[in-house]
Design a protein around this ligand. Structure first.
Ligand code: AMP
Length: 190
């Protein structure tokens, strides 16, 4: 089984690029943000607990997302691997993922990082807000908090995975097709 992490700041285009990747390589797309939004929409206790944190642009507790990921690893069949999108977001989550994979006798195939400058994050998220209507895209203050959270808690994962020889960065600027071509060229090597 392949285990890829799709990494990058909010608005880098992870969700947009994931569709073609999972189709071409027969992967299961696991977006913790999407899974959490589904819990909120279904009104589950977990969704209710997560909603206030998500709407404010804060992270939900590590154990919550770790549990969601592990249950998907256990239940999803008939795929060549998993594309993790928006997970891990902290070094504690990365450690937990490493332990989960070790228990399964598996290992990470690579981190595909889509990088864009902060200035472009705002433009991309404003554009997405018009299309998707996500509450956490609606205000500049909440977007600023998500970017700050990314720099403080998630960016350390770059050196974490670089030290393990698993980090691969591609330029996320340009058209969707251009970025997809860069990702596909990289994935063929991982
Ligand atoms: P995303 O769709 O990846 O932008 O995630 C939307 C929101 O869901 C984030 O701003 C967090 O509040 C929450 N979230 C998603 N993934 C995680 C994660 N791995 N750890 C903690 N919170 C998460």
């Amino acid at each position: 089984m392949k285990y890829y992490i799709l990494f990058g700041p909010p608005g880098a285009g992870k969700g947009t690029q994931a569709g073609a990747m999972v189709e071409t390589w027969n992967l299961c797309h696991l977006s913790t943000g999407e899974l959490l939004r589904a819990e909120i929409a279904a009104g589950t206790p977990l969704g209710l607990q997560a909603k206030a944190l998500i709407d404010a642009g804060n992270l939900v507790p590590d154990e919550v997302v770790e549990g969601m990921i592990e249950s998907k690893f256990n239940s999803v069949k008939d795929v060549n691997g998993f594309l993790l999108d928006g997970f891990p977001r902290t070094t504690a989550q990365a450690d937990a993922l490493g332990a989960m994979l070790e228990r399964r006798g598996e290992s990470l195939s690579g981190v595909v990082s889509i990088m864009i400058p902060d200035a472009m994050i705002y433009d991309r998220i404003r554009h997405r807000a018009e299309i998707e209507g996500r509450a956490d895209d609606a205000s500049d203050a909440i977007v600023r908090n998500r970017i700050d959270t990314y720099h403080a808690k998630t960016e350390p994962l770059i050196s974490y995975y670089r030290a393990r020889g698993l980090y691969h960065e591609i330029d996320g600027t340009g058209t969707i097709d251009e970025v997809r071509a860069r990702i596909f060229a990289l994935l063929k090597t991982l």
